[in-house]
Design a protein around this ligand. Structure first.
Ligand code: G6P
Ligand code: ZN
Length: 563
């Protein structure tokens, strides 16, 4: 066959190709526009330096969550990698890779990085969202320095390089080799099983025999929400660990996630919550579209908040061989809006604790520096330094390890945790798809109010409760490793009793604005610890809504989602 020709395609910049919290996310019709995706991919490839390419064996890992437009995007990326002088691309079979699996494969194969095709928990299908996200050689999301460079490139792009004649057979495992005109070396595409490397990694972290023995005695229900996790659930949980086949629910990846919102929370995974109410299952878990998020439920639908989940895993990490082997955890971290339960564990165990802005990328430097082992976010993300993405399946395996070691149910484990460390009540109110103008106005008003000279010391009351402001700011973070500074990461009001109210605009939406209101409040009184979070936090929620004028400005009486 004649060498594949490298074609230079003339193009002009698109506005707004700025990667958000987690890559560039836009509605599918936008991505399908001529040159739109190619511009962004070229900008990404152009920002990988020669040194990075060399250190990464001139290799990239590519795959995604199976959503609509993904296969086309994979073919296009492969063609552009060939034209841009990459020597090898490792692709999951049929383009399928969970986000944690990409992170695992980048690290295992010492690749220069990876391109993940996902819009995570956003709906899919022809009118849903699509996304392209770049991960660097440590396996984690590109830090802001890199995403800013990519964004800058998109603003002046004039052409991109592509080999239109290359087409990969995404279904066949093994290598496919192509000659590229003008390039001395062949271009290799390796199609790998989507689960193999990830499964091997799980074997290294967890004790499969123990988990298998547990799963012989209890029932689990794992809802993949028609996202990418189906093959992982079936292979690891069912085939390897012996969970019964009917434990795997919605485990066939669909390009529109069955028309649902593939987000594992109490609203969008309500089916799981209802199924758990039957009392038949000891553990219920759900994953988002790309498999990095998770939700953990106990029998009867007992909900473990993500903020509690990471704290429980941290407190019990001696049950997991990976941490046991290395003499325990080096450090813990959470994102700023995440409830403070993990802080209590860190204090109790004498382990260093870090608070970072929202976004998994902020954990990467700490992990690379050997300062952080376990971390989590309120946004249903839990993980450790085994990779550089949050890892939904890892969280499930961690819970199974703890249940097996402690010989206790999810609810018993959580109750024992609260009894020992106290309980941080936590809730998040989401107002999705609000008009951007009033949302920005509200944030500006709140910032002005809380940074005003007389705000500290002010008292706010609702019913019988009164809270006095101890501190308030727009959260700013200085990375302790590289000194980089991230400003405007969320408006927070801290009260004297340790309670916090936080306002933040989502960085993952694709249209309008999503306002998030987070409330965190600590309770040591054992008599109150089992009360309902919504009841306990009501006064603070009302205070927050009133001082922000959220209802008045947005016209929203109720949040779209409460977690
Ligand atoms: C993604 C990131 C998380 C982050 C979340 C925040 O899932 O991977 O690390 O917590 O986005 O989403 P938001 O919509 O609140 O910006
Ligand atoms: Zn995700």
């Amino acid at each position: 066959m004649a060498p594949a020709e490298v074609v230079k395609v003339a193009t002009t910049p698109f506005e707004g190709q700025k990667p958000g919290t987690s890559g560039l996310r836009k509605p599918v019709p936008v991505f399908k526009g001529e040159h739109y995706a190619a511009n962004f991919v070229q900008s990404t490839l152009s920002c990988i330096s020669d040194a990075e390419r060399k250190a990464g064996n001139h290799t990239l890992v590519v795959g995604g969550d199976g959503r609509y437009f993904m296969q086309e995007a994979v073919q296009m990326i492969v063609r552009m990698c060939a034209a841009n002088g990459l020597q090898k691309v490792i692709v999951g079979q049929n383009g399928i890779f969970s986000t944690p699996a990409v992170s695992c494969v980048i690290r295992k194969r010492s690749a220069a990085g990876g391109i993940i095709l996902t819009a995570s928990h956003n709906p899919g299908g022809p009118n849903g969202d699509f996304g392209i996200k770049y991960n660097i050689s440590n396996g984690g999301p590109a830090p802001e320095g890199v995403t800013n460079a990519i964004f800058n490139y998109t603003k002046t792009i004039k052409e991109y390089l592509i080999c239109p004649d290359i087409t990969v057979d995404l279904a066949s495992l093994g290598t496919q080799t192509f000659e590229v005109a003008g390039q001395p070396q062949p271009f290799v595409v390796e199609i790998v099983d989507s689960v193999d490397d990830y499964l091997q990694m799980c074997r290294d972290i967890f004790d499969f025999a123990t988990i298998k023995a547990l799963l012989a005695t209890i029932k689990i229900r794992a809802d993949a929400m028609s996202g990418v996790m189906g093959p992982y659930v079936r292979r690891v949980l069912c085939q390897e660990l012996g969970a019964s086949a009917d434990a795997a629910v919605r485990c066939d990846p669909k390009d529109d996630f069955g028309g649902h919102h593939p987000d594992p929370n109490l609203t969008y995974a309500a089916d799981l919550v209802n199924a758990m109410k039957s009392g038949d299952y000891e553990l219920g878990v759900a994953f988002d579209g790309d498999g990095d998020r998770n939700m953990i439920l106990g029998r009867g639908g007992f909900f473990v908040t993500p903020s509690d989940s990471v704290a429980v895993i941290a407190a019990n990490c001696d049950c997991i061989p990976y941490f046991h082997r290395s003499g325990g955890a080096k450090g813990f971290a959470r994102s700023m809006p995440t409830g403070g339960a993990l802080d209590r564990v860190a204090a109790g165990l004498g382990v260093p604790m870090f608070e970072v802005p929202t976004g998994w990328k902020f954990f990467g430097n700490l992990m690379d520096a050997g300062k952080l082992s376990i971390c989590g976010e309120e946004s249903f993300g839990t993980g450790s330094d085994h990779i550089r993405e949050k890892d939904g399946f890892w969280a499930v395996m961690s819970w199974l390890s703890i249940m097996a070691a402690r010989k206790a149910s999810v609810e018993e484990i959580v109750h024992a945790h609260w009894a020992k460390y106290g309980r941080n009540f936590f809730t998040r109110y989401d107002y999705e798809n609000v008009d951007a103008a009033p949302a920005n106005q509200m944030m500006a008003n709140v910032e002005q109010l809380i940074t005003g000279a007389d705000f500290v010391g002010k008292e706010f009351s609702h019913g019988e409760k009164t809270y006095k402001v101890a501190k308030a700011d727009n959260f700013m973070y200085t990375d302790p490793i590289d000194g980089s500074v991230s400003t405007k990461q969320g408006l927070r009001i801290m009260f004297e009793d340790g309670s916090r109210v936080i306002f933040r605009l989502s960085g993952t939406g694709s249209v309008g604005a999503t306002i998030r209101l987070y409330v965190d409040s600590y309770e040591t009184d054992a008599a109150k610890q089992k009360l309902d979070a919504q009841v306990m936090l009501k006064p603070l929620v009302e205070i927050a809504l009133k001082l922000s004028q959220l209802r008045e400005l947005t016209g929203r009486d109720q949040p779209t989602v409460i977690t």
